[in-house]
Design a protein around this ligand. Structure first.
Ligand SMILES: Nc1ncnc2c1ncn2[C@@H]1O[C@H](COP(=O)(O)OP(=O)(O)OP(=O)(O)O)[C@@H](O)[C@H]1O
Ligand SMILES: [Mg+2]
Length: 495
């Protein structure tokens, strides 16, 4: 029996193209990312994105969006297939961004009813193909018209390179925003993060004349604020086998810790602006572009507010797409149980450790704030008799000692030390002594701050008394006394 002579076409073009419009790009930025990926894969070093605003006959705003690159451009035969669904010369290639032959047509129809692609291998000799949804829906066409010679739009000519490609989406009809300036701003924010690695490599991406500066979700640097996160340990390199080719591939995981001491009291708006608030989780980078961001691979650990204060980035190569569950619109991952079994045992304990370190940093910050006891002691000091010639207090005259409490990791066994700085008495609590965790930190963490007040008053009073030691012998005795007291306390608390 030979093949059936009558049958149905595999695809009904008119319905297919309408259904495909909803194939699911979550945002304009992820759709545009398909065009940027293609430009980068064509070796572009400068990519211009235009958000163009015009008015229709009724005065309503119409937005068109274009991506222009200075990559190697396309030969006529390649251009012919570029808008075909599945049209690619790199089907299932794993050496770059593209592999499905879907990105260009799929992203285009998701945003606009018409797409035009211009490409040139030589200055002044530009070819163009287009796809107009209405022509298919009205059944005027069943195939894509071939390339014809054309000239570039005027606004593109100014920045076009000697070779390159321009993709133009006209009359975008699926946008959430109406104004070109708002759309441009959103795009800039999203792409600066998606393509941070590419921007760090020196590629220029320009949106309506404004060049993108990389945004780092790991907050190693930020142009909006001083300081930055620091790496936590060396990157973790995990060797895995690609389920497809059996070839060895690596997954790279890095962590950073944000500076709690420096940033804890930033204004809420600043925290939001630098991406601190709600930024917890893993940034997943495929090849060179962020493909997803979320609370992945943390096992049983649930996300808490403290987890905003450390970050993680996981990088993998396209040969591991099957493990990560990358689908053809490259907007996210859907990790397989195999991948989770590889990553979770390493990542979950680190996540828990980092959470703990953040919590401790916040405790330290809280405790080093001026304590009410220190304020009260500074105020009340003047009622006490003078304890030494260098005290700058005369009866009924100048104010007495000022008091402060600090917490440090001391190498000595004492549970506290007394330091002076001019007329300031500083009680330095030793973070390593059991007194700190068993007694002091607990008092600080109870809702009733009276206990902390009383405990600190006791320490401040003792520190003042220590200053009464004048002669070297007296001072030596005072230190010996504090050392013995600390040792005994350590023994008594460690039951
Ligand atoms: N900016 C560009 N410069 C040069 N060639 C391009 C450009 N954009 C698209 N092409 C060509 O058009 C083809 C189709 O692009 P498309 O994005 O649809 O598929 P792909 O990149 O091969 O795979 P994927 O679906 O994974 O993105 C590409 O394979 C490439 O040959
Ligand atoms: Mg592509």
């Amino acid at each position: 029996m030979g093949p059936p002579t009558h049958g149905r076409r595999l695809v009904s073009e008119a319905n297919f193209i309408r259904a495909t419009r909803d194939a699911g790009y979550k945002t304009l930025s992820t759709a545009i990312a398909e065009l940027v990926d293609n430009a980068l894969q064509a070796g572009a070093t400068t990519i211009h994105i235009f958000v163009l605003e015009a008015r229709d006959d009724n005065g309503a705003r119409q937005i068109s969006i274009a991506v222009l690159d200075d990559g190697h451009g396309m030969a006529r035969s390649t251009l012919q297939g570029a808008l075909q669904f599945g049209g690619t010369e790199r089907f299932d290639d794993r050496s770059g961004f593209g592999r499905f032959g879907m990105g260009l047509p799929n992203s285009s129809v998701s945003q606009a009813p018409r797409v035009e692609v211009y490409s040139w291998l030589k200055q002044g000799r530009v070819f163009r193909v287009y796809l107009d949804i209405d022509e298919f829906v009205n059944r005027q066409r069943r195939s894509i018209p071939g390339p014809v010679e054309a000239s570039l739009p005027r606004w593109a000519l100014r920045v076009a390179g000697p070779t390159g490609t321009l993709v133009l989406w006209t009359r975008c009809d699926r946008l959430k925003e109406r104004k070109a300036s708002t759309i441009g701003k959103r795009l800039r924010g999203a792409l600066a993060r998606l393509y941070r690695h590419v921007l760090w490599r020196g590629v220029h991406i320009v949106v309506n004349g404004e060049e993108l500066q990389p945004i780092d979700p790991l907050l190693r640097t930020s142009d909006k604020i001083n300081g930055g996160s620091v790496p936590f340990g060396d990157p973790l390199i995990l060797e895995v086998r690609s389920p497809l080719s059996e070839a060895a591939s690596t997954i790279e995981v890095r962590f950073t810790e944000l500076p709690v001491e420096l940033w804890h009291d930033l204004a809420t708006e600043t925290k939001r602006a630098i991406g601190l608030t709600g930024g917890a989780g893993v940034s997943v980078v495929r090849y060179d572009r962020e493909i997803d961001h979320g609370w992945y691979f943390m096992g049983e650990k649930r996300k808490e507010n403290y987890d905003d204060w450390w970050r993680c980035e996981i990088r993998f190569a396209p040969e591991l797409d099957e493990l990560f569950g990358v689908t053809n619109n490259k907007q996210g991952i859907n990790p397989t149980p195999d991948l989770r079994a590889i990553l979770e045992p390493s990542l979950e304990p680190i996540a828990r450790l980092l959470n703990r370190r953040v919590r401790q940093a916040f405790e330290r910050v809280k405790e080093s704030r001026p304590s009410p006891a220190a304020v009260a002691a500074s105020h009340r000091d003047r009622v006490l008799p003078n304890i030494g010639p260098d005290c700058r207090r005369g009866p009924g005259g100048v104010a007495g000692y000022q008091y402060a409490i600090e917490i440090h990791a001391l190498e000595t066994p004492e549970f506290f030390q007394v330091r002076t700085n001019g007329d300031r008495i500083i009680v330095v609590l030793n973070e390593y002594h059991p007194f700190y965790h068993r007694v002091y930190a607990r008092a600080c963490n109870t809702a009733d701050q009276e206990e902390r007040f009383r405990l600190e008053s006791l320490l401040l009073a003792s520190a003042r008394a220590a200053l009464a030691a004048r002669s070297p012998a007296e001072r030596e005795w005072e230190e010996r006394h504090r050392g013995l007291w600390s040792d005994a306390l350590s023994a008594f608390l460690s039951y």
